[in-house]
Every structure is written in structure tokens, then in C-alpha cells.
Design a protein around this ligand. Structure first.
Ligand SMILES: [Zn+2]
Ligand SMILES: [Zn+2]
Length: 301
């Protein structure tokens, strides 16, 4: 299992890339948390989750807590994104005991007792668990709830049931997940907006990281293809998804920090992966010919 499909690093939120919290190497498993108040994030756009996560960090580091950083390792949101908190290899302020904070990773659902737990959110927890079980972090597959450590209602009746019955500990990929942040209501369903740009790169090339081989076109070197630069073509793709109703651009759900600048990085990878997931394509995060063609020729559903 590679990284969770829709992983958002803290640097993408404008936070320092490394958490200032102490080093730890949790191995024993993953602990599920919730928020004691209903937040209704499942009814809102994913932007509300990012706002909530920023608020958590301010609250945890502010006068009422004065912690060194946001308390949790991760946030698995109702739209299926995994947002980094303290991230890998850090002590947490979450489980309420020193061994708990040192030996387990924490993931919050950011929801309250009456908020539903959508399939996309369950899938995000499963992807996170499977990824953390890989050699680099190699945690055990055990999933617990906060109340297994201290006397607390957390993670709420609903989530704790999913902890106990093994739902969170299943392999990812078995749920039919509704696509995240799908345009709603779909603008112009049944039509294809925008110009019909054919694939601009040579066959076998793709838009991908600058660390890739020659056929991985990153936008970094301003290479020219069919009368435009690579950067302009990647921007054209971002614009096309916006025409299709996706929340794309600076401060929006996708390409939030850097905007549609045409330089391939984590933000384009998240956008491309989300579109591939929506279209039932292999989720590579690389913009290949097939993904491009779906964006420019397939009617909106
Ligand atoms: Zn908790
Ligand atoms: Zn979300």
C-alpha cells in the first residue's frame, strides 16, 4: 500500500514541514479519536476540513493547551482525505498516557457523536493503517479507540463499534466509495466544457515529478510541446477541471497553496489522483494520455 490516495502533507497547509514534537517510533498500532462536538463536516466542502484542522492546531498550541503542536498524528476526513498532523515518528498529545502517546499513532475523525462516518472516511483510515504497516514505519495492524487508554467517551459509540468489529482494520479497496469532492451540483451534466485539446505530449510521456525520467514532464524546465510550454499545458488541465466543476486554485480544495502554476508537485498529484478516482481510472497521480482525454472529451456525470 503506497501513501493514502488523498494524502495532504502539513507543508501543503502552510505549516512547518517538520513537527516540533519529540521523536518517537510508534509500533503498536493506530488509535481512533473523534471530536466531542458534531462538526457536520460531511455536509460541507472539504475546504471546511482544512479550516477545522487549522483551527485544531491553533487550539492545541494556544493558551488553553499550550502544546508544542497539534495533538494528533493524522486526520481522516469524511471526504476520504488523510491530513498530516504531527505525522510520522513523533510523540503525540492524544491518547492520554505516556506509553499511549509514544507507542501508537493517532487519527481523529474530526466528527461528533451524531455525525455519520461515511465510507470514504472508513477507507481513509484503512489506507492510513495499511501505509503505516509498511516497512518504513512498520506498525502492528492493531486499531484501538481512545477509551482503551483512559476514561473518555472518545471516539464515540459509532466509531468505537467500527474499532471493535474490525471495520477499520480491513484492507483498503473493498468499499464502494463515492468520489471525494465531486462537483455538486454537477454543472452542465452530460456536456463536455472547454476546448477539445488533444494530448500535447509525445506518446508514453506524462506530467509527473521532475525527479522522474525524461518522459516525466514536470513543468520545471519549460519544455515546449505543440506550441506551448509544459507549464501552460498542465495549467490547461487545471483550468479544464475547474470548468468541470472541481474546486481548483489558490485557497480552494485542490492546488490550494501554490495555485494552478503548472509545476507538478504534491498538489497536482492530489488533484490528478482525485480525478482518476472519480473517473474509475488507475490512481497513479501521474497525468497520462488517458487521464487527459477523459478530462477533455468525457461528458460530466
Ligand atoms: Zn480522543
Ligand atoms: Zn474533508
Amino acid at each position: 500500500m503506497p501513501e493514502p490516495t488523498l494524502l495532504v502533507w502539513r507543508s501543503e497547509l502552510g505549516w512547518p514541514a517538520e513537527s516540533p514534537a519529540d521523536y518517537a517510533n510508534p509500533k503498536k498500532g493506530l488509535v481512533v479519536h473523534y471530536d466531542s462536538s458534531d462538526r457536520g463536516l460531511h455536509k460541507k466542502d472539504h475546504e471546511a476540513c482544512i479550516e477545522y484542522w487549522n483551527w485544531c492546531r491553533r487550539f492545541h498550541t494556544g493558551p488553553s493547551r499550550r502544546w508544542t503542536d497539534i495533538g494528533y498524528s493524522w486526520f481522516a476526513c469524511a471526504h476520504g482525505h488523510v491530513l498530516e498532523g504531527r505525522g510520522l515518528f513523533r510523540y503525540q498529545a492524544a491518547q492520554g498516557t505516556t506509553p499511549g502517546n509514544r507507542d501508537y499513532y493517532s487519527v481523529t475523525l474530526g466528527s461528533g457523536p451524531n455525525d455519520p462516518i461515511p465510507d470514504a472516511q472508513i477507507e481513509a483510515v484503512r489506507e492510513l493503517r495499511a501505509w503505516l504497516m509498511e516497512p518504513a514505519s512498520s506498525i502492528s495492524g492493531k486499531v484501538l479507540g481512545h477509551r482503551d487508554f483512559t476514561s473518555t467517551s472518545c471516539p464515540g459509540t459509532k466509531a468505537y463499534r467500527l474499532v471493535r468489529d474490525g471495520t477499520f482494520a480491513k484492507k483498503p479497496g473493498s468499499l464502494i466509495v463515492s468520489p471525494p469532492s465531486k462537483p455538486k451540483p454537477a454543472p452542465d451534466a452530460g456536456t463536455v466544457p472547454g476546448p477539445k485539446h488533444p494530448w500535447p505530449l509525445p506518446s508514453g510521456h506524462y506530467f509527473g515529478p521532475k525527479s522522474g525520467p525524461d518522459r516525466s514532464v514536470s513543468g520545471w524546465y519549460r519544455r515546449a510541446f505543440k506550441g506551448r510550454t509544459d507549464r501552460q499545458w498542465l495549467q490547461e488541465f487545471g483550468t479544464q477541471l475547474r470548468r468541470r466543476g472541481w474546486s481548483v486554485g489558490k485557497g480552494r480544495t485542490y492546488l490550494r497553496a501554490f495555485g494552478n502554476d503548472g509545476i507538478y508537485g504534491d498538489e497536482y498529484r492530489s488533484l490528478i489522483t482525485a480525478f482518476q478516482r472519480d473517473q474509475g481510472l488507475p490512481r497513479t497521480g501521474l497525468l497520462d494520455e488517458r487521464t487527459w482525454d477523459q478530462a477533455f472529451t468525457k461528458p460530466i456525470t
